[in-house]
Design a protein around this ligand. Structure first.
Ligand code: 5GP
Length: 188
């Protein structure tokens, strides 16, 4: 039985602050690598191909489903998102720790394959805070924001499947909790 934890999954509604927490974590722990997802969503203004996502078209994504290219995949907010199976396998072969920013549908699929995966759900402090963060981001139309808020409510219901829940009220405190979870699981 493997006791080592190699896979760390971070989920939470859009706007809960997952990307900032992931970025800080990758800066602090050099043995972590980030699983850059593939998506059919259009890039936002500051997003970089290969760093934030690999942006691909729908037909390439659907072909990837047929050829088992994805370790997991899901349709979120009308777009497809998937994790590259080869990337994860080669990361594990190199004894890296792999960080994922994926939704609950993807988490369920990865946990089925890797029951030792460490799963962490990031909660916004309130619905109001979430709305403000999404608006402040300025990258989505009001229709998209409404869709994301509806989806956020559904996503929050899924928090029960996660081993850890962090409320991102203050970024520094949330990050300290994240580090505490990682340090503890690394010692097991
Ligand atoms: P966004 O479009 O805001 O970057 O992401 C929307 C949602 O898709 C977020 O909840 C994010 O965690 C999730 N997501 C991003 N990449 C993946 C992936 O590869 N697989 C799954 N299942 N969800 C993903």
């Amino acid at each position: 039985m493997k006791t080592e934890h190699e896979l760390y999954i971070i989920s939470g509604p859009s706007g809960a602050g997952k990307s900032v927490l992931c970025k800080k974590l990758l800066e602090k722990y050099p043995n972590f690598i980030f699983s850059v997802s593939y998506t059919t969503r259009k890039p936002r203004s500051l997003e970089i191909e290969g760093k934030d996502y690999f942006f691909i078209n729908k037909s390439e994504f659907l072909r990837g489903i047929k050829t088992n290219r994805w370790l997991e995949w899901a349709k979120v907010h009308d777009n497809y998102y998937g994790t590259c199976a080869n990337f994860v396998q080669s990361g594990l072969n190199k004894k890296n720790k792999i960080l994922f920013d994926i939704d609950s549908q993807g988490t369920e699929q990865i946990v089925k394959a890797y029951p030792n995966a460490v799963t962490i759900f990031i909660m916004p402090p309130s619905n109001e805070a979430l709305k403000n963060r999404l608006k402040k981001r300025g990258s989505d139309s009001s229709e998209t924001i409404e869709k994301r808020l509806l989806n956020a409510a559904k996503e929050v219901e899924k928090k029960v499947i996660y081993k850890h829940i962090i409320i991102n009220d203050q970024l520094d405190k949330a990050f300290d909790r994240l580090c505490a979870i990682i340090n503890k699981t690394e010692k097991i």
